[in-house]
Unconditional design. Structure first.
Lengths: 367, 412
């Protein structure tokens, strides 16, 4: 006797333990299998782009903090690069080194959050998350030394950084650099050999390279699909052409590769920071810039390799003290677009893990 | 009078009360406080008293266990755990209980009230009923049921029904997912669980938990390593603890079947869950770890130590492992545990046949035979688990089924 069955539509979110913010997924299930999925967002929309047009170039920095709130430093960096390009300001060398150190620390912190939450989504009861947050806490302490804030940092300025690092920052950074590789080894030992984790993530939700390119996916998600596209190598900004580092790439583009690549990137970030510590010399950290910047009429696009992908700011100036247009190219939003295609046919449990492996941040998606 | 075989306290209380003791041999001396003909009242009072004492002690132990679990999880996760209420946070379970009892019970509209209100009670009742057959110490049990193992297995399988009812009643779709998973998972894991106990029954020659403990001249975990492994895995799936916590997979289906429960109904689910860890650990101790037996210390203390040691292991596993996907969970039961448990029965039965000697009551093994069996079974357990781990792959590549609408990339 055939049993009558029909697909069921479930709204996963906006209130759900693991949608990484207020993302809503409208999912059609056949039993546990996903037939169709549509991300619905906008629950965290604050109109950052419009707000940016009402503020001076320096004030906009505080808005960028609140885009991807687990990676404020890199948001600052992308914005100030765009603004410097627009206004034709060159930051002093020590300032650029400090920016790179801060940005790479932020990348490690962001990847730690991504890894921890991915494992939490896999069902490991908060333990890996707590381990990852333990190290992130050290990074936040370092940020607190730099600028007094821990999450919404606003450390960088157009033309440099807010202030030079205090004396006790350097020993604390060296201590962190000495400890962190052991912590990373610990993760790899605990997690990458875990049979359940491998079973859950290997071969699941494969994103092939062509598809990734078509969808203009960037960041670790693209590199996990096998394309070594990293703006720090392709289009070096700040002082990235003076440091040696590798661009780790994945093979299959599955959830496991997206998970593994973040651990590899953390190692590379540590390498970059180490070289920066060696190379950094004395000097000013901030160019002399008027408090109200009036860039010449024109436009500029500044982009960096953020922890989640290519983060770009497009600024148009009409010669006044505020940008005429303030456009954000957020990697989270663009990476989210491939979610439907790599999820269909997989199961409810995979959906959560895949969403975690893409590592979106709703502050950046909705803006 | 079979019930008088039990706890000495029970016997003394009954003997104190009952008027006519002619038909019993357990009591000596003259009649008790109640007049002749009122023995039923004596029985009722005694049974009530014993049940109350047992349940309350068990509840207090469970409360302490929830505290222990939360503190230990805190330690595993590099944080402190509850430490505010009372000394070392020991009053945290009390505070939780007060909070849950005073909370409003919200029932969503369109809920089937009978199906909604029954499951918490069933869940708790099934766990508490298990206490009736557990031998807590030498000569300390409520009932020496001659089909104790069967009783335990039957009672635990009622859980699946309760969870299914809870999942369907509220109409919440996460709860429905959980209910469907419950039916699939709990029934599947019952099969290897039942089969893994067969080896113990073959060795003990009895289904009574008391007699199984008495039969353990050598602790059965040495004789039945494979059986113990399967039983522990299957029972942690029955209790839905990680890595088999599909039913309340927090990151996937919010809280599963108890998503729509609030207040003490939710509290009862949690009580049942934590109490089930203790009763399951107690059954494992009884079947495999030599029950109450141990040197120096009094027998109930030994029992408690062993139970809490196992509970610690369960907490450890919970703090460590991620979750399997539901199809992998099912595949693990049918492809891995079921053949292993059949192999275990086959090997054990063959060895009992080969090494056993005819006695008046049936086939029994000498101590030498038992040690030989322990050696052979350990090798078999290790070899078969390693072999199966190589043969059985849960990592089957699932081919995604075609979608309802063509994806954007196909259109382009």
């Amino acid at each position: 006797m055939p049993i009558r069955s029909e697909p069921v539509t479930v709204n996963v979110g906006p209130q759900h333990p693991s949608t990484h913010g207020v993302l809503r997924l409208r999912v059609t299930f056949d039993g546990e299998v996903i037939l169709d999925m549509e991300p619905v967002f906008g629950y965290l929309h604050r109109g950052s782009e419009k707000l940016g047009e009402e503020r001076t170039y320096t004030q906009v920095i505080t808005l960028t903090d609140r885009l991807d709130y687990v990676a404020s430093m890199t948001n600052n960096q992308a914005y100030v690069l765009a603004a410097e390009k627009l206004a034709g300001i060159q930051a002093p060398e020590r300032g650029m080194y400090l920016r790179v150190i801060a940005a790479e620390l932020q990348r490690v912190a962001s990847h730690l959050v991504a890894t921890g939450f991915l494992l939490n989504d896999l069902g490991a009861f908060a333990t890996p998350l707590m381990y990852c947050f333990r190290e992130r806490e050290r990074i936040l302490d370092l940020f607190e030394m730099l600028c007094g804030a821990r999450i919404t940092l606003s450390y960088m300025r157009v033309g440099g950084v807010f202030q030079d690092a205090p004396e006790d920052f350097w020993p604390a950074l060296r201590k962190f650099m000495a400890d962190m590789p052991h912590y990373l080894d610990e993760y790899e030992q605990l997690l990458t050999d875990n049979e359940i984790l491998v079973t859950r993530t290997k071969g699941v939700s494969i994103l092939n390279a062509d598809h990734a390119l078509n969808a203009s996916v960037t960041g670790p998600v693209l590199r996990a699909s096998g394309l070594p596209w990293d703006l720090r190598k392709i289009d070096p900004y700040e002082i990235y052409n003076r440091v040696q580092f590798d661009v780790p790439v994945g093979k299959a583009g599955d959830n496991y590769d997206r998970f593994k690549i973040r651990i590899d990137e953390m190692r590379q970030s540590l390498r970059i920071i180490e070289q920066c510590i060696d190379q950094i010399g004395p000097g000013p950290v901030r160019a002399i810039v008027p408090s109200l910047i009036r860039p010449p009429i024109g436009d500029a696009y500044g982009r960096i390799e953020g922890p989640k992908g290519e983060l770009g700011f497009y600024l148009v100036s009409d010669g006044s003290i505020a940008p005429y247009r303030f456009k954000i190219r957020s990697p989270s939003l663009i990476n989210l677009t491939v979610l439907r295609d790599i999820l269909i046919g997989w199961k409810l449990a995979d959906m959560i893990v895949t969403l975690g492996s893409i590592d979106i941040n709703m502050g950046e998606v909705d803006r | 009078m079979a019930f008088l075989e039990g706890h000495a306290l029970f016997r003394n209380l009954y003997c104190l009360l009952a008027g006519n003791l002619d038909n019993t041999v357990a009591c000596s001396g003259r009649g008790g406080l109640l007049p002749v003909g009122w023995e039923w009242l004596a029985f009722a009072i005694t049974a009530f008293a014993i049940t109350m004492v047992l349940l309350n002690v068990f509840l207090v132990v469970t409360m302490f266990y929830t505290y222990m679990e939360r503190r230990l999880l805190g330690r595993f996760q590099g944080r402190l755990g509850p430490n505010r209420a009372g000394p070392f946070g020991l009053l945290q379970p009390v505070a939780d209980a007060i909070k849950l009892l005073t909370k409003e019970s919200i029932v969503p509209r369109g809920t089937d009230l009978l199906l909604h209100n029954l499951p918490p009670v069933i869940m708790v009742a099934t766990v508490f009923v298990t206490l009736a057959i557990l031998p807590f110490g030498e000569d300390t049990f409520v009932a020496n049921l001659n089909v104790g193992v069967l009783f335990f297995l039957a009672i635990t399988s009622v859980n699946a029904l309760a969870i299914f009812m809870a999942g369907l009643s509220s109409g919440n779709r996460y709860a429905v997912f959980s209910g469907m998973r419950a039916v699939a998972q709990l029934i599947s894991y019952e099969v290897p669980m039942v089969l893994s106990v067969v080896g113990v029954i073959l060795l003990a020659g009895s289904l009574s938990l008391v007699e199984i403990v008495e039969a353990q001249r050598i602790p059965f975990f040495l004789l039945q390593p494979l059986g113990l492994f399967i039983f522990v895995v299957a029972i942690s799936a029955e209790m839905n603890r990680t890595p088999f916590d599909q039913l309340e997979a927090e990151s996937e289906i919010v809280a599963g079947f108890h998503t729509e429960y609030t207040g003490m109904k939710f509290g009862l689910f949690y009580l049942a869950e934590y109490a089930a860890v203790l009763t399951s650990a107690a059954v494992i101790v009884t079947l495999f770890l030599d029950g109450w037996n141990g040197p120096w210390l009094p027998s109930p203390l030994w029992f408690l130590i062993k139970v809490f040691f196992l509970a610690f292991l369960f907490i450890w596993v919970r703090a460590t492992l991620p979750r399997l996907r539901i199809d992998q969970t099912m595949a693990f039961a049918w492809k891995f545990l079921l053949p292993l448990s059949l192999l275990n029965i086959f090997v054990t039965a063959t060895l009992v046949l080969l090494l056993g000697e005819e006695t008046a009551t049936g086939v029994a093994l000498s101590t030498g035979g038992l040690w030989a069996m322990a050696g052979i079974n350990s090798v078999v357990a290790l070899a078969s688990v390693l072999l199966f781990a190589r043969m059985v792959h849960l990592r089957t590549p699932v081919h995604p089924i075609p979608s309802m609408q063509p994806s954007p990339s196909e259109v382009a």
